[in-house]
Ligand binder design. Structure first.
Ligand code: PGA
Length: 261
């Protein structure tokens, strides 16, 4: 795992944006795996800013989001469809026909999940998968003890995830209990993964992901198996890493290593 530690939130977001922009410049028709959540908002702002400045075009890219709540229509203000529209799609030149999210309002959510997995595969797989991490170690909505071999499917959300997401809804009871999420194995098949974590609230989960045992109880630890996983952290999210000095020696200020890796 490539662990890049940046001094603050702004520097971490800029570093992550550099990696995404480079991927799209190298492969304009890249298939991007996108994520939602508070961590991603400044990143989408930064990408939109770079797009407006003429530094990157998403016109030929395809996107697949990680997850969507079951029971919410795309128009629902708390749906991830709506989030993506507001946070990113409306501000860049991505072709709406090539943006994909699981259909949370499908009459048969498992059939919709199977269809989603097939669409990712038909698109040739994901070139760069963007990821956040939950305080409980989830990636996508793969909650603790999710199968490390899982594919896109329905997951029941933990109480802690619903509590973390309650701020977007009127009450805990209105916060959805189920979601369609791509699986851990779906994520691991991406050619590159880029996980971003910022803030002290993520420090424990980050340490478990990078230095804890590989275990389904921390689904993000599955990234230990990935050949090209990069983790971008701000100093606060890195504060519980036992081997922090080592990561900072390999990648001073979050730069590439001496041998370019
Ligand atoms: P957050 O969510 O960015 O809102 O903290 C991340 C996640 O739960 O994956």
């Amino acid at each position: 795992m490539k662990v890049l530690i940046l001094p603050d939130l702004q520097a971490a977001i800029a570093r992550a944006a550099d990696i995404i922009v480079k991927t799209v410049q190298t492969k304009p028709d890249a298939v991007l795996g996108l994520a939602t959540g508070g961590t991603m908002l400044p990143l989408y702002d930064e990408l939109a800013h770079r797009h407006r400045a003429g530094k990157v075009s998403f016109a030929s890219t395809t996107s697949f989001n990680l997850d969507e709540y079951i029971g919410l229509s795309p128009e629902h203000p708390c749906s991830y469809h709506h989030y993506m529209q507001q946070a990113f799609f409306d501000h860049v030149d991505i072709d709406p026909a090539r943006t994909h999210l699981p259909k949370g309002d499908a009459s048969d959510p498992q059939a919709a999940a199977d269809d989603y997995e097939a669409r990712i595969s038909d698109a040739g797989g994901i070139d760069l998968q963007l990821l956040g991490i939950g305080q409980n170690g989830h990636i996508g909505f793969n909650e603790p003890t999710a199968s490390l071999g899982s594919r896109t499917r329905i997951k029941t959300l933990t109480r802690s995830t619903r509590e973390a997401n309650q701020r977007y809804f009127r009450s805990f009871d209105e916060t959805p209990q189920y979601a369609i999420t791509t699986g851990v194995a779906t994520i691991l098949e991406s050619r590159k993964c880029l996980l971003i974590a910022t803030g002290a609230a993520k420090a424990e989960a980050v340490a478990r992901m990078i230095e804890g045992p590989l275990a389904a109880v921390c689904p993000a630890s599955a990234l230990q198996l990935h050949k090209r996983a990069t983790v971008v952290l701000d100093a606060e999210a890195a504060e519980q890493l036992a081997l922090r000095d080592y990561y900072e020696t390999v990648h001073p200020d979050g730069r590439e290593s001496a041998f370019g890796g």
